[in-house]
Every structure is written in structure tokens, then in C-alpha cells.
Design a protein around this ligand. Structure first.
Ligand SMILES: Cc1cc2nc3c(=O)[nH]c(=O)nc-3n(C[C@H](O)[C@H](O)[C@H](O)COP(=O)(O)OP(=O)(O)OC[C@H]3O[C@@H](n4cnc5c(N)ncnc54)[C@H](O)[C@@H]3O)c2cc1C
Length: 566
């Protein structure tokens, strides 16, 4: 037959085209988890906010939840991470500018955070529920994009340290607390709002900052509030476009804290120079840098030689935010995993109804809720620092929680990624970003061991912190036999101080578990509390997620954690 003649047995040409174009219909894929309300769809968050004192903020939290869950906000997170910040040392004429160029999406995220007071609200409107409401917002915003939380946290956390120097606080506080964002690289005097960073870590030591070699030379009179010039290097300076930094440097009287602006008051560039940006595995939307200080003007904050106690007021707050950030990472991970499994079927049933997947999902949900409950309890303690119990609890529970919650996050992210399967590994899914972000909070602001050692320091300096911790945990006594036994054993083990540094992780792990169990027993769904006690307080030998014992009401736990979208 002539090739040009249509074959009467083959389909008509238009049908043929259609078969070629339509390879298949997309089925068994979940809808995108977007355009949902991160507050309304998070029962544990709603309950915690109400319980810990932020009931009055419900409308604002709901409004913020809708903003955080909007597809366009979620998209900002992806774009800010796709386009890494770029460092420009000089302008085209050869002037030193030390400028970092961010994608506009990063600036939009910063704008949202600052306009909603994530850096300011508990200081501008202190009182019942202030830290709780702010933590809830931070928790939601961090689920969208975590990296820009770094400058937000540092700006927020700088306030208690700067207040150690009232004259400097008078100059800076109002602008630090302004609910607006001004990213311009211009002298702070021209700005109505500023951001603050911190520069402690040097090449030879980040945990042991007493080894800092950066020197501070007085410009005139020496002492608190006076001007110095700083000479040295810093190995990590995150968010280097901040308008000023709290810096540790050695003055004549020892290691002291300084406030170092980006520009001098006369409008000239302050001579601290970014050497390069860090090539980070995670937290990439935020820039971190190495810097050299070449006579940078700075003012002493707080007492000379008391730099660590001065800056520790800031560090205590950043450690608290690490808890919120890691709890948020876990919440977003379980939201993604449970949403996916609700919509995806395999072997004839939805994944969320397959018994083994139920075990994994419920276990991930427990970890996430326990992290949130602990974090929000500390938020309430921060709102009540005038009460001894709350102050002592904050002192001990902060390093315990920072250590435990941040350290639980990486494996949680990995398991949630696995629930989604191969698509969970792809960069157009948020899971790779959550996974790469997950170790960061554990390492900065005092790594794991340092938190455990700080826990011991607190016990040594203020032994009553332990009484308060156990008093609080014991409020759940009688609710669960396993919990009672666990708490009794832990208390007994504190009686033995031999080898205590060597055993510190074991003790701190169990302190965190005891407090989380206590909170869940008192306040959460009975299915959650029961599964937590069964899986965390009693060893059945299994170490991976998915080790909840038979009899656990996994379906109830999963239902509680699953956002309903689509
Ligand atoms: C992305 C990123 C951004 C950062 N941004 C900043 C910033 O803006 N400003 C800033 O000042 N720093 C910043 N850092 C630095 C960070 O705070 C330090 O890396 C951290 O404190 C650890 O210090 P190091 O890296 O020097 O490690 P080291 O101090 O050498 O510690 C290494 C390990 O030893 C452990 N260790 C230390 N002492 C003891 C001990 N006595 N017993 C047992 N174990 C111990 C630590 O827990 C850690 O696991 C940043 C770090 C990262 C990763």
C-alpha cells in the first residue's frame, strides 16, 4: 500500500494525536498542602495557646495562620531558598560596601515577620500570654520558612542584653522594637527600624568564647557605655546585613560585650568587613558570614569583663527560639506526612489506614506535640518571670528543652520524608528543606553537650531549679503508673553525682521526657499521653519511629495531627 494513503484499519489522525499527547491521567497524588490555616488546622497549637495564657490572642493567631498557610506565602519560602544570598564586597567604583544581596522573597518574609511583631511583641506588650502568642506566631511562620527566623530571633533576643546598658537601650530600643522592616544598607540613624545580630564565635572556639582573641581599645574614657575600637576576627556572623551586632571582645578588664553598628554615627562605614559567606547545607535563605573587625567602633554593654553574663541574656532567648523553630519543623513535617498519607493509597488502602504506616505517623505526631507542649509551657514561664517558680523553671528547662527538642528533629524530618516516598526527596517538596534545616538549631546557640553542661551548671548554681522542675513534672503524678515510676527513678538518679558530666545526656534526655509526659498527661488527648508514656518511658527495645505498642489509638493521634485540606 502507498505510504501516503490512509490505512483504513488505523485510528483517524486526530485520535492518533490525542493518544500521543495524553499519556495518562494523574491519579493517587495528594493536593498541595496550601491555602489552609496553620492555626485552625492545628488542634495541639490551639489548645496550648489557650492553656498557656494566650486565649485573648485567638483572633490574631487565626488571622496569622491563614496568612502563613496561603499559597503565596508558602511560595516565598521556596523562592527565598532557591536564590541564595550573594555577597558583594565592593561597588563598581571600588568602594568597600560589604553588602549581601537577598532575593525579594526573603525581604517579604522579613516584612511579614516584623510587621507582625515576631521580634518585638512580648517587649512592647508584655503580660499574660505575650510570649505565648508570639511563640505561636513564630511557630507558624517558621513552618513556612525557617532561615529568616535567624535575624528575627536575634533582634528579639537582643533586647534583654541591651537593657544592661540603659543609655544605649534608650538610643536603640525604640528602633529595634518598631514593627516595620527596612533592609537598606544606610546608617541606622536614617532608619525607623533596625535589626540586630551577634558575633561571638571565633575560629579557635565557639562553645568556649572565653578563648576569644578580638581586642577592644578604648577611644577615650573606658567602661560601660563608652566607645571602643574592635580589632579581630569572627568565624560566624549570621545575618550580616543587620544594623548592629552584639560582639564579644577582650578589653583591659577581660571579655566584655559591645554593640557594634554597621555604620559609624558620622555616616562613614564602620570598618568591619565580611570576608566571605558560609556555604551552608541548610538555613540557606539566611546569609552567614566570616568577618574581620579592623578598628570597628562599638560601645561597651554592661559591666566590663562580664561579657558572657551580659550576652547570655540574649543567648537564653535565642535558645528558646531554637525550641520553637525545631518544634515548628517537626509540626510541618508531620503535617506534610499525614496529609500525604491521607490522600495516597497503596495495596488497596489509604496509607494513613495501613497499620504499619499508622504506627509511624502516630509516633511522629507524638514527638511533634510533645515538643510544642514543652515549648509553650516555657513561653508561659517567660511571661511570668516575676514569680520564682517560673524564673527557676525557665533557667533549667531552657537548656533541657533546647537540647532535647532540637536533637529530636533531624530523624523526625527524615522519617516524615520517607512517609512521602520518593517525591519527599525532591526539591519541589518542602521536606528536603526541613531536613537540611533540622540539625542547625541543635548546633548553634550552644551545641548539645554544651546544653547538657549548662543544665548541670544551673543545678550547681541554683539547686532549687531541680526542685522546681520536679515539682512541676510531679503535677501529673497518679495519672499513669509508668510515668510515676519513671519520675521516681529519675529523681533517685540525681542523688548520685558521680560521673555526672559523663552521664549528663542520659539525665537531660530523661528530664525532657518526664516534663513532656507530664504536660501531655495533664493536658493532651488521652490517646496521645498514653502512647507517649508507653513508647518513651518504657523501653520495648525498638529505637526507630513506628514502635508504638499494640493497643495504641493510632488513628485518633493521627486524626488530631492531620490538617484537612482537599
Ligand atoms: C549556620 C550557623 C550560623 C551561626 N551563626 C552564628 C552567629 O551569628 N554568631 C555567632 O557567634 N556564632 C554563630 N554560629 C556559631 C555557633 O554558635 C557555633 O558553631 C557553636 O556554638 C559551636 O561552636 P564551634 O563550632 O566552635 O564548635 P566547638 O566549640 O569546637 O564544639 C564542637 C563540639 O564539642 C562539644 N563541646 C564543646 N565543649 C565541650 C565540653 N566541655 N564537653 C563536651 N563536649 C563539648 C560541642 O557541644 C560541639 O558538639 C553559627 C553556626 C552555624 C552552624
Amino acid at each position: 500500500m502507498n505510504a501516503r494513503q490512509p490505512n483504513p484499519d488505523s485510528p483517524a489522525r486526530s485520535d492518533h494525536d490525542r493518544y500521543l499527547a495524553n499519556t495518562h491521567e494523574v491519579i493517587n497524588q495528594p493536593p498541595a498542602l496550601q491555602d489552609y490555616n496553620l492555626f485552625d488546622q492545628d488542634l495541639a497549637l490551639q489548645e496550648a495557646a489557650r492553656r498557656e495564657g494566650a486565649d485573648g490572642s485567638t483572633p490574631a493567631l487565626r488571622e496569622f495562620g491563614a496568612l502563613a498557610g496561603a499559597a503565596c506565602t508558602i511560595d516565598l519560602g521556596f523562592r527565598a531558598n532557591q536564590h541564595k544570598p550573594v555577597f558583594n564586597s565592593h561597588d563598581r567604583f571600588g568602594h568597600r560596601i560589604d553588602e549581601v544581596d537577598f532575593h525579594p522573597a526573603y525581604h517579604q518574609l522579613m516584612t511579614i515577620a516584623m510587621e507582625h511583631g515576631l521580634h518585638s511583641s512580648p517587649w512592647t506588650h508584655p503580660g499574660q500570654g505575650a510570649h505565648v502568642a508570639r511563640a505561636a506566631k513564630y511557630y507558624m511562620h517558621s513552618q513556612v520558612e525557617a532561615a529568616h527566623g535567624c535575624p528575627i530571633t536575634m533582634t528579639f533576643a537582643a533586647i534583654p542584653s541591651i537593657r544592661n546598658q540603659p543609655d544605649l537601650a534608650r538610643d536603640w530600643e525604640q528602633r529595634i522594637l518598631a514593627n516595620s522592616y527596612d533592609p537598606r544598607n544606610v546608617p541606622d540613624g536614617q532608619k525607623a527600624s533596625v535589626t540586630i545580630g551577634m558575633a561571638m564565635t571565633e575560629k579557635q572556639g565557639g562553645s568556649d568564647v572565653r578563648a576569644n582573641t578580638t581586642r577592644a581599645y578604648p577611644v577615650g574614657t573606658e567602661g560601660p557605655g563608652q566607645a571602643y575600637e574592635l580589632v579581630g576576627h569572627k568565624w560566624f556572623v549570621s545575618a550580616p546585613m543587620c544594623d548592629a551586632f552584639l560582639v564579644l571582645a577582650q578589653s583591659r578588664g577581660g571579655l566584655s560585650c559591645f554593640l557594634m553598628p554597621r555604620w559609624r554615627p558620622d555616616g562613614s562605614k564602620n570598618p568591619w568587613q565580611i570576608q566571605r559567606l558560609k556555604n551552608k547545607m541548610g538555613n540557606v535563605a539566611n546569609a552567614s558570614s566570616e568577618a574581620e573587625l579592623r578598628g570597628a567602633l562599638a560601645w561597651m554593654v554592661g559591666e566590663e569583663g562580664r561579657g558572657v553574663p551580659t550576652i547570655i541574656d540574649m543567648v537564653a532567648m535565642t535558645r528558646f527560639d531554637c525550641m520553637i523553630g525545631s518544634a515548628a519543623g517537626m509540626r510541618q513535617a508531620i503535617a506534610q506526612a499525614s496529609h500525604h498519607c491521607r490522600h495516597r493509597s497503596a495495596f488497596g488502602a489509604r496509607l494513613s489506614e495501613q497499620p504499619l504506616m499508622q504506627n509511624v505517623l502516630a509516633d511522629l505526631a507524638l514527638e511533634s506535640e510533645a515538643a510544642l507542649a514543652y515549648t509553650m509551657r516555657i513561653a508561659r514561664a517567660l511571661d511570668n518571670q516575676d514569680q520564682d517558680h517560673e524564673r527557676l523553671l525557665t533557667r533549667l528547662a531552657t537548656p533541657v528543652g533546647k537540647y532535647w527538642i532540637c536533637k529530636r528533629t533531624p530523624n523526625h524530618a527524615y522519617e516524615a520524608m520517607e512517609c512521602i516516598g520518593g517525591s519527599g526527596v525532591m526539591e519541589d517538596c518542602i521536606m528536603p528543606r526541613l531536613f537540611r534545616e533540622s540539625p542547625v538549631n541543635a548546633i548553634w546557640e550552644g551545641s548539645g553537650n554544651v546544653q547538657c553542661l549548662d543544665t548541670l551548671r544551673a543545678l550547681q548554681k541554683e539547686p532549687e531549679t531541680l526542685d522546681v522542675f520536679f515539682q512541676e513534672a510531679a503535677e501529673a503524678r497518679g495519672a499513669d503508673r509508668r510515668f510515676d515510676q519513671f519520675l521516681t527513678q529519675l529523681q533517685q538518679d540525681f542523688g548520685d553525682t558521680g560521673d555526672i558530666q559523663y552521664r549528663a545526656r542520659n539525665l537531660v534526655d530523661r528530664m525532657a521526657l518526664a516534663m513532656q509526659a507530664s504536660l501531655l498527661l495533664r493536658h493532651s488527648d488521652p490517646a496521645v499521653a498514653d502512647a507517649f508514656c508507653a513508647s518513651r518511658l518504657q523501653s520495648n527495645g525498638g529505637l526507630n519511629y513506628g514502635n508504638l505498642p499494640s493497643g495504641t489509638d493510632a488513628a485518633a493521634i493521627i486524626k488530631r495531627a492531620t490538617p484537612v485540606v482537599g
